[in-house]
Design a protein around this ligand. Structure first.
Ligand SMILES: [Cu+2]
Length: 143
């Protein structure tokens, strides 16, 4: 049983990686995911996000439900940007996550737990929400 569990998790990670490689070939805005499965069964994901010229380099970020998310944020502008996640584009509170402002040019690492309910959420810069936003997609974990 234990071996089966490890095998299925490994298979799931490989499947996710394969799907993302396919989507990366289609569009520059898709997320590059490097998922890992910890011994406790939790999933972590690390995502690079660049803010430059008042825009993010991604219009869509996808993560597994309930994953530990690391955003490697690179603010290349000489002004502050933030990264926050909300339930939808109206950005009503409570937020899923609200990151602190990062004065650029500088890098910062945000960490938070993804929602456990799959669906399409919303991310934005809280300082420039109209110009800097996108879809934060929480995916059903692979079985
Ligand atoms: Cu901003």
């Amino acid at each position: 049983m234990k071996m089966n569990s490890i095998f299925s998790k490994t298979l799931a990670a490989v499947t996710i990686t394969g799907l993302l490689l396919v989507s990366n070939a289609c569009t520059k805005t898709s997320t590059t995911l490097a998922t890992t499965t910890s011994a406790s069964g939790g999933t972590s994901v690390s995502i690079d996000l660049v803010a430059q010229n008042m825009t993010f380099d991604k219009s869509s970020i996808s993560v597994p439900a309930g994953a530990d998310v690391t955003i490697n944020f690179n603010n290349k502008d000489a002004l502050p940007h933030t990264f926050s996640v909300y339930n939808n584009s109206s950005a009503t509170l409570p937020a899923v996550f609200q990151g602190k402002a990062v004065n650029g040019p500088a890098t910062f690492t945000y960490t938070f737990r993804a929602p456990t309910t799959p669906g399409t959420y919303f991310f934005r810069c809280d300082i420039h929400p109209a110009a800097m936003n996108g879809s934060f997609i929480v995916q059903q974990p692979a079985q």
